[in-house]
Write a protein that binds this ligand. Structure first.
Ligand code: NAD
Ligand code: 0WE
Length: 256
């Protein structure tokens, strides 16, 4: 691996454990020489994520709950002290109440609708606004994670699909706002991968089997493939790309 991100700094939001797509992104970025901060939610994840950060040279592990904006402020205050500036933000956070991810979408409660959007969509903008002062004049990049359920109907994905549609639109508006400052913003639309979030989904194995049978590559993707796409979108090889959603899904999205 060429160390194309040597001397750069980044933050990866949403590490829960070693299966997290956030962790795969962190490993790819750190492998290219980037110094990282990882964020986790709640002290229960703290121990695991501190151990994971220990595997990456110079990495920090910081608590952050995006429903508590003061915790986002604290993250960026720490980054200013420890890193000075920031080149890359990776956003890999999503949450909806479990009862909203089954049955008919029209049963979605107002509270469940708002929570899914706060955590899974608005948080990207809340983070971007705070990251901006640290990213000024550095050709920075932001990468978020989305899913095909934001574009097409995936049964049971429900309110998360609406939130991902808002997230993908946020990527375009942020790309428009930040482009003049040299900052690029893109999303990776990943195929299904077994993680803490997806293991809580009933019927997830059936979804994996369906992809393995029907995707052009006739297999599922790996977290490492998402990490490497993140490396591409965060690094100089994608310097002409902003505002886009790139599929890392073994080609499944082209199927009719
Ligand atoms: P994960 O459970 O490892 O990661 C989700 C993260 O969101 C966790 O670290 C969790 O702590 C964090 N989070 C939830 N609520 C939060 C809050 N209030 N404040 C801060 N953090 C909070 O699962 P994952 O599958 O790696 O999910 C990462 C991203 O990838 C999500 O945006 C998800 O929608 C997306 N994605 C996942 C898949 C998949 O099949 N696993 C496919 C496409 C996209
Ligand atoms: O974005 C996701 C996961 C999102 C998610 C999952 C959970 C499960 C546990 C958000 N919040 C929660 N809350 C919980 O309490 N994916 C792309 C994975 C996923 O989730 C699905 C899927 C797929 C694929 C939900 C229903 C149908 C398919």
């Amino acid at each position: 691996m060429e160390r194309i991100l040597e001397g750069k700094t980044g933050i990866v939001f949403g590490v829960a454990n070693k299966r997290s797509l956030a962790w795969a992104c962190a490993q790819s970025l750190a492998g290219a020489g980037m110094r990282l901060a990882l964020t986790y939610m709640g002290e229960r994840m703290g121990k695991t994520v501190k151990e994971l950060a220990g595997e990456l040279p110079g990495a920090l592990a910081l608590p952050c709950d995006v429903t508590r904006p003061e915790t986002i402020d604290e993250v960026f205050a720490t980054l200013r002290e420890e890193f000075g500036g920031l080149d890359t933000v990776v956003h890999a956070i999503a949450f909806a109440k479990r009862e909203e991810l089954e049955g008919d979408f029209y049963h979605t409660s107002k509270e469940g609708y708002m929570l899914a959007h706060e955590v899974s969509a608005y948080s990207l903008t809340a983070i971007a606004r705070r990251a901006l002062p640290l990213m000024e004049g550095r050709q920075g990049t932001m990468v978020t994670l989305t899913y095909i359920g934001g574009l097409r109907v995936v049964p049971n994905y429900n309110i998360m699909g609406i939130a991902k549609a808002a997230l993908e639109a946020s990527v375009r508006y942020l790309a428009h706002d930040l482009g003049p400052r040299g900052i690029r913003v893109n999303a990776i639309s990943a195929g299904p991968v077994r993680t803490l979030a997806s293991s809580g989904v009933s019927g997830f194995t059936r979804i994996l089997d369906h992809i393995a049978e029907h995707a052009p590559l006739r297999r599922n993707i790996t977290a490492e493939e998402v990490g490497d796409a993140c490396l591409f979108l965060a690094g100089p090889h994608s310097r002409g790309i902003t505002g886009s959603t790139r599929y890392v899904d073994a080609g499944y999205n082209i199927m009719g």
